[in-house]
Ligand binder design. Structure first.
Ligand code: CMP
Length: 391
């Protein structure tokens, strides 16, 4: 049973990590969601004949059956999540069921069962049915980011929405005062003027309700200008929040990589943080030359995973996780002494020349260690040259 649960967990939850059966499952599910939404939309086209409608309904029920099985499987295997506490699997399952993604999955199947039980019209649950599109969020990977951004920016967002609400109320009240006698049917009350206020502030301006008095028009113009200023604010906050969140994620990834390099163990947490800001993670494919002999030096590299070979003539040297290279040209200000080539796919961290100087200026023992290694390598290379060429 445990084995089956583990296999199913890998199938339904780890597709994004590149596990091939998991990816196939994700792709199949996305296809079912899209076909189902398309069928729901097409079924509203007037004049569709009964036979075609029956096909759409068959698609609907197949999709609901698939989503139901998927929902139950996800709930059952949620205890395989590495964060789950095995001591209380049912409590963990309930915790999973109230996560946003699980609630979306439930919303995706609920309308059809409501329809089945209550016998209500198909159209009644149509809007809930279209919400199935939200299931796709699971596969875009954007869900966490959107939530994190809205959560971290909630204060400024709330502040701008409050400002918008105050301006809206003010503009609508002023328009009501200015226009209520000229157009009692359109500006007869503040709630009636509210609709005009929203359309004006959002700078949509349908024109179905428009002020006619000079004062009313002046208020309308003011509303449109204020609308441009205030409606732009939430968009700006969310955009900068996204940038910040992405930068933070990059930083965490880099930090985790930095922690794997022994050379940095001697640094304090504060210095690791500043190093993580300037190091750039880099993936290279097997066979690629990372630095080439005689090239200009733009920085040095730390190996996180993978294997590289330093093409020292006569005795190639292997570098693996925790090693570094490219320091010799940086220290001497010259060109690369040797070519370094990836033997397998590698994860590296690149440190630019200027950042290198700044880093070592604040950590003398780090510089001493890098210099010591560079010195040994130079001696090593000289020895191998004289071995090959004794004259
Ligand atoms: P650099 O000269 O900048 O570029 C090539 C790099 O290969 C060099 O810095 C060293 O980091 C590395 N390297 C050169 N010789 C050796 C060696 N004998 N052992 C390990 N690494 C070396």
């Amino acid at each position: 049973m445990g084995e089956l649960r583990r296999t199913l967990y890998a199938l339904v939850e780890t597709g994004y990590q590149g596990y091939p059966p998991g990816r196939a499952f994700d792709i199949a599910l996305v296809a079912v969601i899209l076909v189902n939404i398309a069928a729901t939309a097409m079924a509203t086209v007037p004049g569709t004949d009964a036979q075609t409608l029956a096909i759409y309904r068959a698609i609907e029920w197949c999709a609901v059956a698939i989503f139901t099985v998927e929902y139950l499987i996800r709930a059952w295997v949620s205890t395989e999540d590495p964060r789950a506490r095995i001591s209380s699997p049912w409590r963990w399952r309930i915790r999973y069921l109230v996560t946003p993604l699980a609630i979306i999955d439930l919303i995706a199947i609920l309308p059809s069962y409501i329809e089945l039980i209550t016998g209500s019209a198909w159209e009644f649950t149509l809007i809930l049915r279209v919400l199935r599109l939200f299931k796709l969020l699971r596969f875009t990977g954007a869900f966490d980011t959107i939530f994190a951004v809205i959560s971290s920016e909630r204060r400024p967002l709330l502040a701008t929405f409050s400002v918008i609400a105050i301006i809206l109320l003010l503009i609508s009240t002023m328009a009501y005062v200015a226009e209520r006698e000229a157009q009692p049917d359109k500006f007869g009350s503040i709630p009636a003027a509210f609709y005009w206020g929203v359309v004006t502030l959002a700078t949509v301006g349908y024109g179905d309700i428009a002020p006619v008095t000079p004062l009313g028009r002046a208020i309308g113009a003011l509303g449109a200008v204020l609308g441009i200023l205030t409606f732009a604010m939430p968009a700006g906050i969310i955009a900068s929040g996204f940038m910040e969140e992405l930068r933070r994620r990059d930083f965490i990834v880099t930090w985790q990589l930095v922690a794997k390099v022994p050379l940095f163990r001697r640094l304090t947490a504060a210095r690791i943080a500043s190093v993580a800001l300037v190091l750039r993670p880099l993936r290279v494919e097997a066979g690629a030359a990372v630095v080439k002999r005689n090239e200009d030096a733009d920085g040095m590299y730390f190996v996180v995973t993978g294997e590289l070979t330093v093409e020292v003539p006569g005795h190639p040297v292997t570098l693996t996780g925790g090693d570094f290279f490219g320091e010799m040209a940086l220290l001497e200000g010259g060109n690369r002494s040797t070519t370094v080539r990836a033997v397998t796919a590698c994860e590296l961290l690149h440190l630019g020349a200027a950042d290198f100087r700044q880093l070592v200026s604040g950590a003398p023992d780090l510089e001493a260690e890098i210099r010591r290694v560079a010195h040994e390598r130079r001696l090593d290379n000289r020895a191998s040259t004289s071995e090959r060429d004794p004259a």
